[in-house]
Design a protein around this ligand. Structure first.
Ligand code: CTP
Length: 430
């Protein structure tokens, strides 16, 4: 091991101190328990890139499960054991998470199946991984502390920006690695090594992705949405013909790609008016741009989204034509826009902005501006004093006041009170 390949000081500098301290402790316990212990995977990759990562993946040459139990006791961590895979996850009281695995050789009984696990050495464990850049380890025992273990030229690929599989059947055994690979390409601005790309396309052509369970596909898909360059990743996977294979309900047209790319710049001004927002939901609304109501229902069922997601997707799908027609009419006041979109989730409004033409966009923006500057003087408390019980009717009354305020017809608290009292009286038939 060359001096430059000792990463200990780099770890101290890059990692948050509780993480570094924990790693140091894990190494000491490795010595005490007489097992070889290594840090592997994404953390090592990111460390070499100088990026802090707090996802601890530890590989043990020896009995990983017993070692995990010792660590759990020492750190008072909750432990969840996956005995079939000889792995365990520790959840520490301060929120840190450590995955502990027994160095293993895996084989797959048939393509896209879950692996069958046997114990083996670190080198074999690293070899079964997805890409060279993810197949490096750092020693944690006293005698190898900080030493980079790099059997497959991961460091050099990292320096050259190359995503490369370790063996030809990597995507056959785990086709979701295709999505992972493209995710890394755009996260780090890397490129996929030509042969690796060829293997990926072959696996897709062989229909292997369709064999993966929906829950794993969903998991990988959600990870893409969390990436800064989600639009480029989705576009790249479209070029590879992935989406029609796994989510045929989505038509990812050129228009959809353009809309996806417009999300970040739109996001940056819109969040001033509509925070807090769930970016994932905005992306999903855009992906469903061409979907019929029927397709939305199918997707909702397949993905079993939360109630918020379902309702946003359905509301937009049912109402968007009508909303666009009305937004296109010239005479829409801010209160008119409020009636049209006031009840939609903020993410659906962002979607409407993205899809709007200049004029419609201006109408929505004016409405958002008016709404932002609007300070209602009266509240539910005032209505309670006037004998209105909390519930839908109270909301209706407040909305009526809000609309008049938006259009500038009421100015002061006294104006609002007079108006709402008149409404209540009229409804009571006085
Ligand atoms: N891994 C793999 N094949 C997969 C998933 C994971 O070989 N399909 C290996 C890789 O070595 C990876 C490690 O398991 O580095 C940990 O996986 P995970 O935490 O999912 O990925 P990271 O590489 O840490 O990626 P990210 O930064 O997106 O969390």
């Amino acid at each position: 091991v060359h001096e430059e390949d000792n990463l200990w000081e780099k770890m101290r500098a890059v990692l948050p101190s509780p993480v570094f301290y924990l790693i140091e402790q894990i190494g000491s316990y490795g010595d005490r328990e007489c097992v070889r212990v290594y840090l592997v995977g994404g953390l090592v990759r990111d460390l070499l890139l100088g990026i802090p990562n707090v996802d601890l993946d530890v590989v043990v040459e020896g009995d990983g499960l017993s070692f995990a139990r010792v660590l759990a006791e020492t750190f008072r961590a909750k432990i969840s054991l996956h005995e079939k895979f000889s792995t365990a996850t520790l959840y520490l009281p301060d929120g840190l998470k450590v995955d502990v695995a027994t160095a293993r050789t895996e084989y797959y009984e048939f393509p896209a199946a879950l692996p069958v696990v046997e114990t083996g050495s670190l080198k074999q464990d690293l070899y079964r991984r997805d890409f060279t850049i993810n197949a490096m380890a750092v020693g944690l025992n006293q005698d190898t502390r900080g030493h980079l273990v790099d059997f497959f030229c991961g460091k050099s690929d990292l320096e050259q920006g190359i995503i490369k599989v370790l063996y030809n059947l990597s995507f056959v055994e785990d086709p979701t690695r295709i999505m992972r690979g493209i995710r890394f390409v755009h996260r780090y601005g890397f490129r996929m090594e030509p042969e690796t790309k060829k293997f990926a396309l072959q696996a897709l052509e062989q229909g292997l992705m369709e064999k993966v369970s929906f829950s794993r596909l969903k998991e990988e898909f959600m990870l893409i949405l969390h990436e800064e360059n989600f639009a480029l990743i989705l576009e790249n996977l479209k070029e590879m013909g992935l989406w029609e294979r796994i989510f045929p309900e989505w038509t990812i047209s050129e228009e959809v790609i353009k809309l996806l790319k417009e999300i970040p710049p739109t996001w940056s001004w819109v969040k001033e008016y509509l925070a807090p927002l769930d970016l994932n939901l905005v992306i999903l609304l855009v992906l469903c741009h061409h979907c019929s109501e029927m397709q939305i229902r199918t997707l909702n069922e397949k993905f079993s989204w939360s109630k918020l997601y379902r309702s946003a997707l359905e509301k937009i799908s049912w109402n968007k034509e009508r909303i666009f027609q009305e937004l296109a009419t010239n005479s829409l006041s801010p209160s008119g826009v409020f009636s049209l979109i006031g009840d939609l989730p903020a993410e659906a409004i962002v979607y409407l902005i993205l899809v709007s033409d200049c004029r419609q966009r201006k109408v929505i923006r004016n409405y958002l501006e008016a709404k932002k500057n609007l300070f209602m003087h009266i509240s539910g408390e005032d209505l309670k004093c006037l004998g209105v019980k909390p519930g839908p009717r109270m909301k209706q009354l407040l909305d009526r006041v809000r609309k008049e305020r938006l259009d500038g017809n009421l100015i002061s608290r006294a104006d609002e009170m007079t108006y709402v009292k008149a409404l209540i009286q009229r409804e009571r038939g006085d």
